[in-house]
Design a binder for this molecule. Structure first.
Ligand code: NAD
Length: 477
């Protein structure tokens, strides 16, 4: 059974209640986590506050950096163990789980190096004054994490917050806690003081809500669905608590007729297949210039037919979806698409070794999807790619921007001027030209326009969100 981790101690919740941990590959429970409530949150926030007021703030920035570097090495040494935990918990193919563990180590490495490079400025002002700014930590930061990339999102969110000098209370998703509980233990092992990283598991409406409401939490970093993002904002607004929101996406891959299609094809497919399409930045719409629409669709279809889905440890193209309700969600979208007469061009195969009790979904390519249909507008969060043709550059921009989201976009063209025009005109927090995702990009600021959220995580930019700027004016004559 898994316990909460508060002030460097594994503790059971006073609720005495637990939740099962389900393996998505076979749908069977194999462990338990604490079903905590506000009391656990309160204990964690107090521990974080005591650490912030005590040993954590006594460390120099360089010392904080050394601790984060030690944690990066510890994670790298335990990468196989962490990957195995997250693989079973989330149904990730082996390569994906290992990549996520490597990314976690890299986030801590990046933020270790950033600690002592974060500084304020001196400002020219009236004569007789010296004015400067400090970047101060908020204090106690709350982190609400989704289930799709627990290690990666923990790395970018908690890594940045710690580097900026905060102490953290983390609420992982009830569907994906195991790797993160272990990371908190690893942090204690390398010398993080008690209370620097605290982990409380349970349901969102019980633990996440209590964390967002807690008066001792000075900043909330939320990654998850737009719906819960709204709830978090409303709760945080009651006490004017600053929030960073990393929400969903409906990201377009825009392919012009002059593109290098051999280069584009595998990237476009990976962008929807990776993690079973359960990726905020999934390239879930492919917009194809009319002149190459039919032949490219045929090539995409062939590639989709070759994709295989199965138990996580078989390490195929896709593992299972996270849970039965997610599977049902994808089925609902597909059934709506079918009712609207949207054609299925191709689909992959669920292998025979996949137990019926697992949450499998073959990847599906849909063609001629009307821009207004919900499969082209909403996050399916499964391996469903919606293809649609466009006539010219203006039309491509119109379609690309025609959803409530604006997280990521990919543009494929050899025309240099068009590359820049498209990058300017597409409303997305990240635009990739002739690539998609830049291999993860720990260093690259990430976040949304519109309903994809606000604030930026990843890169050095994240540190500004995890700090408060204080201006100091000294009048010395
Ligand atoms: P979710 O919103 O259901 O849950 C996210 C987290 O919020 C979980 O820990 C959950 O327990 C908690 N939560 C639920 N209700 C809450 C409440 N009332 N108060 C406080 N916390 C609450 O999202 P999910 O299903 O876990 O993840 C999928 C979503 O996350 C997708 O929409 C996806 O696009 C988004 N996401 C965004 C990014 C990004 O960086 N933009 C990254 C990953 C996932």
């Amino acid at each position: 059974m898994q316990l909460n981790f508060i002030a460097n101690r594994s503790v059971a919740s006073p609720t005495g209640r637990v939740l099962p941990v389900i393996d998505p590959s076979d749908g069977q429970p194999f462990d338990e986590i604490q079903r905590s409530d506000g009391r656990d949150v309160d204990a964690a926030v107090r521990a974080a506050r005591a650490c912030f007021d005590g040993p954590w703030s006594a460390l120099s920035a360089a010392e904080r950096g050394r601790l984060l570097m030690a944690l990066s090495r510890q994670v790298a040494e335990h990468a196989d163990e962490l990957a195995a935990l997250e693989q079973r918990d989330c149904g990730k193919p082996t390569k994906q789980a290992q990549a996520d563990a490597a990314a976690l180590a890299r986030y801590f490495e990046f933020y270790a190096g950033a600690c002592d490079k974060l500084h304020g400025e001196t400002l020219p002002y009236q004569s007789g004054y010296s004015v400067f700014t400090w970047r101060e930590p908020h204090g106690v930061t709350g982190h609400v994490i989704p289930w799709n990339y627990p290690m990666q999102i923990f790395g970018r969110s908690v890594g940045g917050a710690l580097a900026a000098g905060n102490c953290c209370v983390v609420k992982p998703s009830e569907d994906a806690c195991l790797s993160l509980i272990r990371v908190a233990q690893l942090a204690a092992e390398v010398g993080f003081p008690a209370g620097a990283i605290n982990m409380v598991t349970g349901y969102g409406h019980e633990v996440g809500d209590a964390l967002a409401r807690h008066p001792g939490v000075d900043h909330i970093s939320f990654t998850g669905s737009p719906k819960v993002g709204t709830l978090i904002q409303q709760v945080a607004a009651e006490r004017h608590c600053p929030v960073t929101l990393e929400l969903g996406g409906k990201s377009p891959q825009i392919i012009f007729a002059d593109a290098d299609l051999d280069a584009a094809l595998p990237v476009v497919i990976n962008a929807i297949v990776q993690n079973g399409g359960q990726t905020c930045s999934a390239g879930s719409r492919v917009l194809i210039e009319r002149a190459i629409y039919d032949p490219l669709l045929a090539r995409l279809g062939e590639a989709f037919e070759a994709l295989r889905v199965g138990p996580a440890t078989l390490d195929l193209d896709l593992g299972p979806l996270i849970r039965a309700t997610q599977q049902q969600r994808v089925w609902d979208f597909l059934s709506d698409a079918q009712s609207a007469g949207i054609p299925v061009v191709a689909q992959g195969t669920v292998v025979d070794e996949a137990p019926d009790s697992g949450f499998y979904q073959a990847p599906i390519l849909l063609a001629d999807v009307p821009a207004a249909h919900r499969v082209a507008q909403e996050e399916v969060f499964g391996p469903v790619l919606s293809a649609m043709p466009f006539e010219d550059e203006d039309h491509a921009v119109e379609l690309a921007n025609a959803t409530q989201f604006g997280l990521v976009a990919g543009v494929w063209t050899r025309d240099g001027a068009r590359q820049f025009r498209m990058a300017r005109r597409v409303k997305a927090g990240q635009v990739f030209i002739n690539n998609y995702g830049a291999g993860g990009g720990v260093e690259l600021p990430f976040g949304g326009y519109k309903s994809s959220g606000y604030g930026r995580e990843k890169g050095f930019e994240a540190l500004y969100g995890f700090t408060v700027l204080k201006t100091v004016a000294v009048r010395h004559g």
